[in-house]
Write a protein that binds this ligand. Structure first.
Ligand code: MV4
Length: 466
């Protein structure tokens, strides 16, 4: 006999922008009322209009609004919301926040605080993964305390080595050393930088992997012991650790490697009793060797490409899992179909070092047609506030194969008209036209090595326009 699925009374979305819309959309499909929260800078934002109700939680600065825990919990209480979806960024990977939600008997739609805390400390995460027999990058077994130990290890592994901040992640506080004589000084700088940025000076060292691909595995886990992997994403097209383009599948990953990486990702998730949607990041080297790098304990910006090639609504699964339901699929049900590419549309000038360009969007004509998905909170007349990150939307295309996905990307970028603010659309057009991108073998050095950013087109309007 089928058991009726219990539902949340209301879900509060502790976020803004496109991801707030993304969550509201699934809430509506599930017939669960949604509650938006917004800062004073986001009064006219689309998520405020699209949700069933909305509460102002403070002034523009994130610290006083989207990171304001008492304001968020009060809004949830006033609205009678019994669950909070954190989106990405802001409080999505804050274990203390998850505990506060639990103390208020509000369900946090995501993993338990223990898993978030463990993966949040990168040295701790790596130690946990090594113990679980997940292949990690060769390096120090733990936080490194003295120069002698570091020098001996670096000598043994061979240079170059990379120094990483334990509290870091996402590339912050990293240094590459090429010789014995520069290692102590670089370790000192890394320690200082990490202390200043995170209030923690712990560092560790690893063998430096040259020109890797950033390949990450989407996983999904429920409270009944089911953990499945949903294929990989190639996120190698980044600039200063900001991803700009993500795609699924990765051109360098075949079915056999996908299975191998997937099994490792599942092992990683099980090692921390993971629940919900998560991402296991790997570096993939030229020889097809892959190494655990970090685990992201949230839904990611680039989750859409996985949705496009699997046909699964990840937010829906997150909500069902949070309700205690089993996942609606098993590993054997996951089939990767076709190819998807996501291009982040940032209000930035790619010709001026990707300088943010907040301001009023005067024209907004997003593309449509076969295989095109736009996730965006932008509209004509919308004012991009200067207080948050500059992403104003995502263009996601799907094709039967990578070549068709690229052709659709080019066609969709050609249709896309944005005026009033500069965007990275010309950058995406140049990438789609780049031979190294098109053959799929690019690494994380792609933008630095293969792009000439001064030669980008100036406007995004097409030829028919004068
Ligand atoms: C590395 C690496 C090479 N070797 N670790 C950057 C983000 C942080 N999660 C770890 N990162 C790297 N770790 C070793 N042992 C190169 C990077 C790296 C990188 C990784 C993924 C995507 C883009 C990158 C850009 C520069 C460096």
């Amino acid at each position: 006999m089928a058991k009726a699925v219990q539902k949340f009374r209301k879900i509060l979305i502790a976020n803004r922008g496109e991801i707030a819309l993304r969550v509201i959309r699934t809430c509506r499909e599930l017939h669960i009322p949604s509650v938006a929260v917004y800062s004073e800078a986001d009064r006219d934002s689309l998520h405020v209009k699209m949700a069933d109700e909305a509460y102002c939680i403070g002034p523009a600065p994130s610290a006083q609004s989207y990171l304001n825990v008492p304001a968020l919990l009060s809004a949830a209480e006033v609205a009678c919301a019994d669950a909070i979806h954190p989106g990405y960024g802001f409080l999505s990977e804050n274990a203390d926040f998850i505990e506060k939600c639990q103390a208020h008997e509000i369900c946090f739609i995501g993993p338990d605080p223990e898993a978030v805390r463990r993966m949040g400390n990168k040295a701790e995460a790596k130690k946990t993964m090594r113990q679980a027999k997940v292949n990690v990058i060769p390096g120090s077994k733990d936080v490194i305390r003295d120069d002698e130990a570091a020098l001996a290890l670096a000598q043994e592994m061979g240079y170059p080595v990379i120094i990483k901040a334990s509290a870091g992640g996402g590339g912050r506080g990293m240094r590459v050393a090429h010789h014995n004589h520069e290692l102590p000084a670089l370790m000192a700088t890394a320690r200082q930088e990490s202390q200043a940025a995170f209030g923690n000076s712990d560092i560790y060292i690893e063998k430096y992997i040259a020109e890797p691909k950033h390949v990450e595995l989407q996983i999904m886990a429920d409270r009944h012991g089911n953990v499945v992997y949903m294929g990989e994403r190639d996120c190698s097209i980044q600039r200063r650790h900001q991803k700009l383009i993500e795609e699924a599948p990765c051109a360098m990953v075949d079915e056999k490697l996908r299975h191998k990486m997937g099994e490792v990702a599942v092992k990683a998730a099980k090692a921390v009793k993971y629940v919900g949607a998560g991402t296991v990041e790997f570096l993939l080297d030229k020889n097809g060797e892959f190494y655990f790098m970090e685990m992201n304990t949230r839904l990611q910006v680039e989750h859409c490409v996985t949705e496009m090639v699997t046909g699964i609504d990840l937010v829906r699964e997150q909500i069902l899992v949070a309700l205690g339901e089993p996942l609606s699929f098993r590993q054997k049900d996951i089939h990767i179909q076709g190819h998807a590419i996501e291009m982040r549309i940032n209000a930035e000038d790619p010709k001026r070092n990707f300088m943010p360009c907040p301001g009023t969007i005067t024209l907004w004509h997003p593309p449509g047609g076969p295989g095109v998905r736009i996730d965006s909170h932008a509209y004509a007349g919308y004012k991009v506030p200067p207080n948050y990150d500059s992403m104003i939307g995502k263009l996601i295309v799907w094709g039967a194969d990578r070549a068709q996905a690229i052709a659709r990307a080019e066609r969709a970028l050609h249709e896309f008209i944005v005026d009033g603010v500069k965007t990275v659309i010309p950058f995406h057009q140049a990438v789609m036209n780049n031979a190294f991108y098109r053959n799929g073998t690019f690494s994380t050095n792609f933008i630095a090595r293969r792009m000439n950013l001064t030669e980008l087109e100036d406007t995004t309007t097409h030829g028919a326009q004068t």
